[in-house]
Design a protein around this ligand. Structure first.
Ligand SMILES: NC(=O)c1ccc[n+]([C@@H]2O[C@H](COP(=O)([O-])OP(=O)(O)OC[C@H]3O[C@@H](n4cnc5c(N)ncnc54)[C@H](O)[C@@H]3O)[C@@H](O)[C@H]2O)c1
Length: 394
């Protein structure tokens, strides 16, 4: 693959197409499987209510329009926004929406809007989500929940708790077919306790990927941890408790002294976490492993194991159906292994059913904050550091 191939397509299309194909074929095979997965269920509406949405952000990845909110039968897109007028127009067009505001800050004043999808630059997510929640609207955000700041993460948690509104982080790995199957089997006890797990996000790029005000230039890899950490937290709902992390110094210009705002020289970071189950988990984020662009993971438990091939190796019997939930007509599964439509539908369903979404604020912080601590560990030459815990009330 040439460097030129490391572009917007890599965000939207190329990641995970293989594993989606496997799931569509209902491919789950293994020695202990007595019956194949049942055929996908049919979508049944739970309500004919339309939730009135605002959508913000149509940047390099054009994420605002990528999750099919505009096609969901329980959504009306009331208004959209991007600070850059041409992008704002593009988002209006993509969402078939006739109303726009010049900024998120203006959009949230619209009393019609009940929920907002925040697809802005990563450094703004926590602040933008808090603004949305404080103005009385539910919020779904692109990853990560917070950007390099544990204080921001903790403030966000307080605002979610105080407002009682729905919050979801759109971690795409959580609805990749392999991750979904792992979670379903884990919940059914088919893996037992996880002894070990691995999560990997490789995104090779020799020059920085475009981003609003250059936030991707020299980005500390594990400040963007959630595609990897979803392969433990998103599977088990359990937590990382401590970490030791190694950083690899990147040779590319963006990682040279003074070349980035983060004073960061690491282009790849590999973290070893202790888990609340008493096991270990290796999570990596990599910008410089040659030509590799992939989001993947593996789980190894006391009763079984699984990798991206979705082959269950274990002693479990009567295994549950692992096919993804059916989507309403018109909602496209979309990119990142067919996860976009699922994340939109999960958030909309959580609002309609008045329940917590899958990647609620506690899960979002459990996937995000450990990466921030891991980067601190890498800066201290791998010193073992404790990971703060944010557990939901029991
Ligand atoms: N697999 C994944 O989950 C995945 C993949 C790609 C991108 N992302 C995330 O999606 C988000 C968007 O990515 P991108 O590459 O398009 O980002 P980007 O930096 O290119 O664009 C961000 C956009 O937000 C707009 N914006 C910022 N502040 C605003 C405000 N106050 N009001 C209105 N608009 C505002 C900017 O004008 C810009 O167009 C990022 O946070 C990224 O981390 C996630």
């Amino acid at each position: 693959m040439s460097d030129a191939a490391v572009d917007r397509r890599s965000f939207l299309g190329s990641l995970g197409a293989g594993s989606l194909g496997a799931a569509m074929a209902g491919h789950l095979a293994g020695q202990a499987l007595s019956a194949g997965p049942k055929p996908a269920r049919k979508w049944e509406p739970v309500s004919d209510r339309k939730i009135r949405f605002g959508i913000v952000g149509f940047g390099h990845c054009q994420f605002g329009a990528a999750f099919s909110f505009q096609n969901h039968p329980n959504v009306e897109v009331v208004a959209v926004s991007d600070l850059i007028p041409e992008r704002c127009k593009g988002l209006m067009q993509a969402c078939r929406c006739s109303k726009s505001y010049p900024s998120l800050e203006e959009l949230i004043k619209d009393p019609k809007i009940e929920a907002v999808f925040v697809a802005t630059d990563a450094p703004s997510h926590a602040r933008h989500c808090m603004e949305v929640l404080k103005s009385g609207q539910h919020v779904m955000t692109a990853v990560p929940a917070a950007f390099g700041s544990i204080e921001d993460a903790e403030q966000l948690l307080e605002v979610v708790k105080k407002t009682g509104l729905k919050y979801q982080m759109a971690e795409t790995s959580c609805f990749r077919p392999d991750n979904y199957a792992m979670r379903t089997l884990y919940r059914a006890g088919a893996f037992g306790t996880l002894v070990y797990s691995e999560g990997e996000y490789y995104h090779y790029h020799t020059t920085p990927i475009p981003s609003y005000k250059g936030w991707r230039v020299g980005l500390p890899p594990l400040w963007y941890p959630t595609h990897s950490t979803a392969y433990y937290v998103g599977v088990t709902g359990k937590r990382f408790t401590s970490v030791s992390c190694r950083g690899f110094k990147g040779a590319f210009d963006a990682f040279k002294p003074g070349a980035n705002r983060y004073n960061n020289s690491f282009a790849d970071e590999i973290a070893l976490f202790a888990t609340s189950e008493g096991g270990a988990s290796r999570m990596l984020v990599s910008w410089t492993v040659f030509n590799r662009i992939e989001e993947t993971g593996r789980v190894f438990g006391s009763k079984g194991s699984m990798d991206a091939t979705m082959k269950y190796r274990g002693g479990g019997h009567n295994l549950p159906d692992v096919s993804l939930p059916p989507l309403p007509p018109g909602v496209n599964p979309g990119g990142h292994g067919g996860s976009h439509g699922q994340l939109c539908h999960e958030f909309v369903s959580a609002i309609l059913e008045n329940r917590q979404p899958l990647v609620n604020v506690y899960e979002a912080l459990a996937m995000t904050v450990p990466g921030i601590v891991a980067h601190q560990s890498a800066l201290k030459d791998g010193e073992t550091l404790k990971v703060p815990q944010y557990d939901p009330p029991t």
